[in-house]
Write a protein that binds this ligand. Structure first.
Ligand SMILES: [Zn+2]
Length: 224
């Protein structure tokens, strides 16, 4: 008798390659990359790559995944912008891989928390915003918004307009339940409210930051 039942087929994410990652097209030139536990996403624009999050478990495989995609699209493989969903090391602990020649974008509170942490693996954002920011790179547009504290005080919503894709980390867990203590969230009423705010965006795909799966509307409705 096993201690645990098997993971249901519907919860298993995409198969990983020999290097331990999967990179797949979300929509158009927007791709997501996962190691089965964590997720990042990136836009391959004609002016360079915009990466959202850099989980240390994926680490250098992020470079490989970006190479895989930009070799096919023929767009520059250099990461020009790195957006932080929030300050937690498990989602951005590989952020130092891109050195000084990248614009680091995050919430004002993310910068405060990272300056305090003094972690060389998580350089503080160079560009910050309080409520909203629209990032235009090449032909693309990303809408960043802070709707108040939820999982973390600085957790932001990143919406790719043309791709109808929302990245919101540590709130919705497609095919799974949130891990212990509601994903170790700090503001529970805010975390619950974040589900309703997420569903108010017209997204078709959700990048939740964890596990292998991308989310569909039904995943958000289920967890809501
Ligand atoms: Zn977190």
């Amino acid at each position: 008798m096993p201690d645990y039942g098997p993971v249901p087929a519907a919860s298993v994410g995409p198969a990983l390659n020999a290097d331990g990652y999967f990179v797949g097209r979300v929509e158009g030139n927007l791709s997501s990359v996962t190691d089965g536990y964590y997720q990042a996403m990136f836009l391959a624009t004609r002016e360079g790559v915009v990466l959202v999050d850099a989980p240390p478990t994926i680490g250098r495989n992020l470079l490989r995944a970006i190479d895989d995609v930009t070799r096919v699209t023929g767009t520059p493989g250099q990461v020009t912008h790195l957006i932080y969903s929030h300050s937690h090391a498990d989602h951005i602990g590989a952020a130092s891989l891109w050195g000084k020649n990248v614009e680091r974008i995050g919430h004002t509170e993310t910068r405060r928390l990272l300056r305090r942490a003094g972690d060389p693996n998580r350089p503080a954002p160079t560009t910050t915003f309080d409520d909203r920011m629209v990032l235009h790179v090449g032909e693309e547009r990303l809408e960043l918004a802070h709707h108040g504290p939820n999982h973390a005080p600085d957790n932001i919503f990143v919406y790719a307009l043309r791709q109808k894709t929302l990245m919101l980390v540590d709130v919705i867990y497609p095919g799974w339940a949130p891990f212990k203590n509601l994903a170790v969230s700090q503001d529970i009423p805010g975390w619950i409210r974040a589900h309703y705010i997420a569903m108010s965006y017209p997204w078709r795909t959700l990048v939740g930051g964890h596990l292998g799966h991308l989310g569909r509307r039904a995943d958000g409705e289920t967890q809501q």
